[in-house]
Design a binder for this molecule. Structure first.
Ligand SMILES: NC(=O)c1ccc[n+]([C@@H]2O[C@H](COP(=O)([O-])OP(=O)(O)OC[C@H]3O[C@@H](n4cnc5c(N)ncnc54)[C@H](O)[C@@H]3O)[C@@H](O)[C@H]2O)c1
Length: 306
């Protein structure tokens, strides 16, 4: 198999353009495709703006080649990453086209947030070459990439995908079983479920939930994972806490009716001005900026430690 030099990104939206940026910055030639002309036409400018903002070499954007035709974009690919809509039928149809157009040796990856890779790739014929690579937003600031294998994925394909992302400077983690939500989103949404339940039950308001997380264990999370924390306090204390707390924690296997009511009443969050909390445009901008500044500072601190 080749050295995975030539990359194709399918989908030039929020994730696709950022993923293309990371590959290009590491020296790869990147073809990118998207049926939406607006997304494709703006992709280099968006990458250039990100690079400028980060104080990095804008010339990397020139290594990203926007191509409207999917087959043209795939013709020379060694590694393909799909970042189109989070919809099983769309992804299945897209991968049929991708497999037909990509060279036989190419590794085919989906950046799905939560859909099992097994479902996305089940109708393909070269399933041993198929993986999940789940990046986090923004792809050029968050280090993790979950690398998900299916029952069909070959060991060399996993190893090469892990090595490729390591060379990009990312932190790849191998997810050994292809379960919905993989690792990160299972953990994240276990927390979100309980956060919603606390509000639904009137135990506190949404602002209190966010303050509690940000002012307590959220502060430690970037340097102390949950199982490191369990070992720090002791597995015996962890067991005692679980005996009391777990029976009281939400375990409903479906979305909260409170969340369903918010969506039904068009309280869609920042984009509609209200979700769990009310948002002005200024408040939204301040929060978005704070997240970006925090992530940039974390990355700079990682770089300083190396
Ligand atoms: N937004 C996030 O935080 C995040 C994080 C990790 C993973 N993801 C996943 O990444 C994928 C993309 O998410 P996004 O946030 O970039 O969405 P997005 O809406 O910003 O971009 C999706 C792009 O895919 C394009 N597209 C649609 N059909 C296509 C096709 N047939 N071929 C090629 N391109 C097509 C759209 O035109 C659009 O530009 C989804 O599966 C999503 O769940 C998103």
């Amino acid at each position: 198999m080749s050295a995975l030099e030539k990359i194709t990104v399918v989908g030039a939206g929020l994730m696709g353009h950022g993923i293309a940026q990371v590959f290009a910055l590491a020296g790869h030639r990147v073809a990118i495709t998207d049926p939406a002309a607006a997304a494709l036409d703006s992709v280099r400018a968006r990458i250039r703006a990100n690079l400028r903002d980060l104080g990095l070499d804008e010339a990397a954007a020139d290594r990203v080649r926007p191509l409207a035709d999917l087959r043209d974009a795939l013709a020379a690919a060694d590694f393909v990453v799909e970042a189109a809509a989070e919809n099983l039928a769309v992804k299945q149809a897209l991968f049929q086209q991708i497999e037909a157009a990509a060279p036989g040796h190419a590794i085919l990856a989906s950046n799905t947030s939560v859909i099992p890779i097994t479902q996305i790739m089940q109708h393909l014929s070269r399933r041993e070459n198929c993986v999940g690579t789940h990046w986090w937003n923004p792809p050029y600031l968050v280090p993790l990439v979950e690398v998900i294998g299916t029952q069909w994925t070959s060991a060399p394909v996993i190893e090469q995908t892990m090595a490729l992302h390591r060379r990009l400077g990312k932190t790849p983690v191998h997810v050994k079983r292809d379960v919905p939500g993989f690792i990160g989103n299972r953990l994240q949404h276990a927390l979100w479920r309980e956060a919603i339940t606390l509000v639904e039950l009137g135990i506190c308001d949404a602002e209190a939930v966010d303050t509690v997380v940000k002012a307590s264990f959220g502060r430690r999370l970037a340097v102390l994972g949950p199982l490191e924390n369990a070992d720090l306090v002791g597995t015996d204390l962890t067991l005692a806490i679980h005996q009391t707390v777990l029976p009281a924690i939400d375990s409903r296997p479906a979305p909260s009716p409170y969340l369903e009511r918010l969506v039904a009443s068009k309280k869609l969050g920042m984009k509609s001005g209200e979700g769990f909390r009310a948002w002005t445009k200024d408040q939204t901008d301040v929060l978005r900026l704070a997240v970006m500044q925090h992530l940039k500072a974390a990355l700079q601190s990682d770089a300083a430690e190396k």
